[in-house]
Design a protein around this ligand. Sequence first.
Ligand SMILES: [Zn+2]
Ligand SMILES: [Zn+2]
Length: 283
Amino acid sequence: MRGSGSPPPDGAERLRPGGERAGPRLRARIGAGVAAAFRATLDALLPPHCLTCEAEVAVQGTLCAACFRGLGFITEPLCARCGVPFAHAGQADARGLCPGCAAAPPVFAAARAALRYDEGAKRLILPFKHADRTDLAAPLAAQMARAGAALLARADLVAPVPAHWRRRLARRYDQAALLARAVARRAGRPCVPDLLRRTRATPALGDRGAAERAALVAGAFALRRGGAARVAGRRVLLVDDVLTSGATAEACARVLLEAGAAAVDVLAAARVPDPRLASGAAA
Ligand SMILES: [Zn+2]
Ligand SMILES: [Zn+2]
């Protein structure tokens, strides 16, 4: 069942980008200015197009109705802990947990994501990750702010799940850091983009089992120098683009908790639904 609920009434409006840009600060500022001027000129000349297709829209930086309907917004019912969407409320146990969290709760306090990672979400997220569409950070962050309102409200600071420097170099920007900055700015929370670093590259976790995933990411993250003073006694909100198994978020959360963080929450743009729950079977 897709997006068991209708999108927020002002969802289309919230999918408007705010013109945020990646890269070193100065270049980003100049780049953003040039891009905004360029966009304004284009707007005056051409009818605005949907963020993810060629359809014309009334307002620049929004989705057309078809692309908007194609998004699976994650709404209740969902696991109180990891945020995995349920097909129906009966899949939760007495504490509101999914079978996975009931059997082995994650070290993070709660995780939430804005969208189901399906074909609709991929139309937004894949260009954002791989095709330099950094303008999509703002509309994604707007949806994350909706899904993670409670987590943002209790966060002392926001930090991204770090990319390995080699990957960051290849992509020229760090998509989780862009999202972290954008959601932190929306909520008025401090963002520490380099709080964590990846000490080694990890292979794609894709089809691997839970134990193998955990082993692959164990020890792959470390706090930046001086980071312990930032996290001691604080509630940290970790931000990532796509939550798959939660193994990466779990490894990052463990580093933060060992450094003395009071608690760690996780917020992602999208998450891969649990196929065992999508069928509608009871927990
Ligand atoms: Zn469209
Ligand atoms: Zn769960």
